[in-house]
Design a protein around this ligand. Sequence first.
Ligand SMILES: [Zn+2]
Length: 454
Amino acid sequence: MPAMEAPRGNKLTVSPTLSGWVFVEMSYCEAIRQHTRVSGVFSVVTVGQDAATLSDLRLKKERFMPTSEQRIIRRISELVAADSVSSPDPSWDSSNRKVIHHLTDYAKRDGWAVELQELGSDAKTKANLIATLGDCGETADQPRGLVLSGHTDTVPFDAGGWDSDPLILDERDGRLYGLGSADMKGFFAVALEAAAAFDPKEFKSPLYLLATADEESTMRGARSLTKDYLPKARAAIVGEPTGLRPMRMHKGIMMQGVTMRGRSGHSSDPDLGNNVIDALPTLLSVLSRYREELAQTFRCELMAVPTPTVNFGCVHGGDSPNRICGELDFSFDVRMLPGLEYQEVERELNLRLMEITAQHGIDIDMRRLVEPVPAFEQAVDSELVVACEHVSGHQADAVNFATEAPFLQSLGLETIVMGPGSIDVAHQPNEYMSLDQIQPAVASLRELIRRYCL
Ligand SMILES: [Zn+2]
């Protein structure tokens, strides 16, 4: 909030807030423009009287911005302020209700019909929002509607690492800084604005806005969704930040824990127990061999890392050098390429672990640490990929992070990942959305809405 010297020597505080309204005397306007870091123009709006005789005028920051962009920014700032962290850590996890409340309000005001899918009944209850625009009596066998989909939650944050309050949208250097600005609250404001250009009475197929819960933790929202909520949808755009480039593929991920149980005993006589650490090299070699087989079987050059990976994440076991180690926990992740199903990985690993059991006389069980996210691939020649390549001017590519796309695709929707902002700034302090992404994002979505809904 820069203070400035007004022309008549009065101190004047100018507050170029996102909503943009301050009271100021008209003759100060030029001085304000010179003294604030905000580039652009200010428009002066009178309050009920003639501007020439009025001492108090309302000054609005325009920044050459069309009104629609101001509405987008105001909405992003409200969504960012509505904290909605989801996390497997209960001390961080919070409801997404505030975001759902704002989206419901915006959507209803813009003429959408809003439905909520409740996810649980405790105090921290969460919900998916499904909004529909266009009351279409479409009867075609093949539905044509379009889904614009995003998640309402953010990851936890370390406010100390930020240069501004992560929950207060801060506009500087042509960027909107705030938690979730890119990943991915900004997308909702952009999607609503794109839809606002249409008269829904002219829609032949409906447009859906889908806002899910818990993408950053369990993907429970997307997993819980059924086609009943999107009865006339044909295609879905998951608006994760990809710099507006279409992404038709990503790896899946599974995180597994293995517990090996032998028998503890006094270290002086190895026969008194069965040491599971002795079996650890076998476990590692079995998993390493499987990793090599996967790398030889599956390959996709579109991916930055073209083969499936298996990472050995942590190992905990034993308590004392003079005790036979009776129990050990080991965990690892597998990142699957399209074509490699997590059920197949589990089946294959269980078979191989049984061999270790037989060889070492120990119990081994493997469990999921989190529910797997399948790999995702949308066919290169599918209608949606072709449409998004045309609209964006970029060839569809692959991303290195998992999304809700496979869950939407499993409902029978052609699905792609494409949205404004950069994933490189997500999940870390000073996350931002570049202002220059906003209008191109609106334009791209409008073109897709035109193709699918009109
Ligand atoms: Zn995201």
